[in-house]
Design a protein around this ligand. Structure first.
Ligand code: ATP
Ligand code: ATP
Ligand code: MG
Ligand code: MG
Lengths: 275, 275
């Protein structure tokens, strides 16, 4: 069964895009077929893969706003095993365009409907993983990601402000599970840009662990959520690689950032997921 | 004349809130009267000042959605010289609520209209500075900030993805200047979380300097924009202080982060601003 993962956090700059790009690439190295979806109008995932969308080529914006368009017209191959549904700046207008369809619930499931064929068992090239990079908001684009996904993974920085947003994030997951997607669970948290020596990081990690421990008996979507190992260390190479349109494995395959994401992919693969 | 500054960057996690809080506090230390405005539904500026909004107290959301409400009913004092117009989570819904008023341009100037009395010369307590913390988007809340402001300051991290968003940001400033606010200029860029030893930071700073140099003759809102000194170094104390509801000057007044923001405030004050 395809694992469809929403990389979600409304807090800005916590490592969603960096994780989406490099976890996807690491899973491909492990032999998985991975489709990535860039849900952010800022199109940073697309940029990070070296994909630039012009007015000629199709993007997620065209797919969501044009009934005639098929997902396979828009999905592009980055390299064997890794595909991308790219974004472009016009995606910022999609909330307004889909507004009339919100009340009927249609606007929230446009992405899911458009990907049904790609994700059906009839597709001989069906991906093993779908990784969706969300924008820093809980708006319609993120809701579409949550309606399509069967798992949520929360990249976050072990800082106070990122911790504050977590309850709102989990509340949103619960609401989407109730309203649109009964299969939605929170698989875990990925700690990004981690400064292990700081007291602050230690305290935030402690808070997260206590919170997750306390939810093990509760009937909540994060009942079985883990904090993935390893924590992703701060490593400037991870910030450099998007400027070359490459993942860390093409840019600096032996650096700490590459090793961390490679090991992280193995942790994600090892996780058995049941809703 | 009051300097009304929008701290703007649609890229997430670049230091908008940290800069809004600590630059404001540093300006108060220099004898200025400063009003801060939390335009982010995530309310991180309010949190950083130790202000928590419950359903009882008024917030920016109430001010923008209730015609009867006055700004002075909502503005609260953090300590002498420093006031805050706080946010709360319901602010996320304001775009939908104000949607019918977008076409007439009314929705874009709700904030400006509501603050007219506070900013008029009739007000004996008129602030010297207004600092507006924007969310990571170019949506209606940021547009309201740009319609009210007379200056834009762009906090950013000297990383590739933050650099990519700059042209879209400046295009938005130009559009608002044309459409709603002929006084709007870009005063400069504040480099946050700066890792001076990295090659990437050096390259991005070089790109920024070249870009700004090349715009000195052009009739653009960023014609006189500077990169402020000093660059704000990465310092864990700056990430810790919001967890105590304090600015860096109350929490760790001698740390590098405090010294950087203190010196930065002097640079901002020394700047003569003409539109
Ligand atoms: N482990 C790391 N070490 C160093 N830099 C990193 C690391 N992870 C991410 N970065 C850099 O930090 C910045 C923020 O990361 P990223 O863009 O992935 O976050 P995001 O959550 O996707 O942000 P947004 O909310 O804007 O979408 C980027 O410039 C990125 O290159
Ligand atoms: N100079 C610094 N050194 C260390 N940590 C910092 C520094 N500046 C900001 N931070 C921390 O980095 C994170 C991001 O900063 P901040 O929240 O101010 O960015 P932002 O642009 O307001 O983000 P958002 O787009 O989500 O509103 C926060 O956890 C903050 O405490
Ligand atoms: Mg991103
Ligand atoms: Mg902020």
């Amino acid at each position: 069964q395809t694992r469809i993962i929403a990389m979600m956090n409304q807090k800005g700059g916590v490592g969603k895009t960096t994780t989406a790009a490099n976890l996807a690439a690491a899973l491909v190295m492990e032999g998985m077929r991975v489709l990535t979806i860039d849900m952010d109008p800022q199109a940073h995932l697309s940029l990070s893969f070296g994909v630039e969308i012009d007015e000629e080529s199709y993007s997620l914006y065209d797919l969501l706003s044009d009934d005639e368009l098929d997902a396979n017209d828009v999905i592009c191959e980055i390299y064997p095993g890794l595909t991308l549904l790219p974004s472009e700046v016009n995606l910022a207008g999609i909330e307004g365009e889909l507004a009339p369809k919100v009340i009927t619930g249609q606007a929230q499931r446009v992405l899911k409907d458009k990907l049904a064929a790609v994700l059906s068992d009839e597709n001989p090239e069906k991906p093993d993983f779908v990784i969706i990079d969300c924008p820093p908001s809980l708006g319609l684009l993120t809701i579409n990601a949550l309606t399509l996904a069967n798992e949520v993974i929360v990249p976050m920085q072990a800082h106070f402000l990122a911790l504050q947003g977590l309850s709102k994030l989990l509340e949103t997951v619960q609401l989407i599970r109730n309203g649109f997607n009964a299969n939605l669970t929170v698989s875990g948290i990925i700690l990004c840009m981690h400064d292990a020596q700081t007291i602050l990081a230690g305290e935030v990690v402690g808070d997260l662990q206590a919170f997750l421990e306390g939810s093990r008996e509760a009937k909540v979507p994060w009942q079985n959520a883990v904090i993935y190992q390893p924590y992703i260390r701060r490593n400037i190479k991870l910030a450099e690689s998007p400027s070359f349109g490459k993942t860390i494995f093409e840019y600096a395959p032996t650096c700490p950032g590459a090793r961390d994401y490679e090991t992280l992919a193995q942790s994600v693969l090892a996780q058995s997921v049941t809703s």
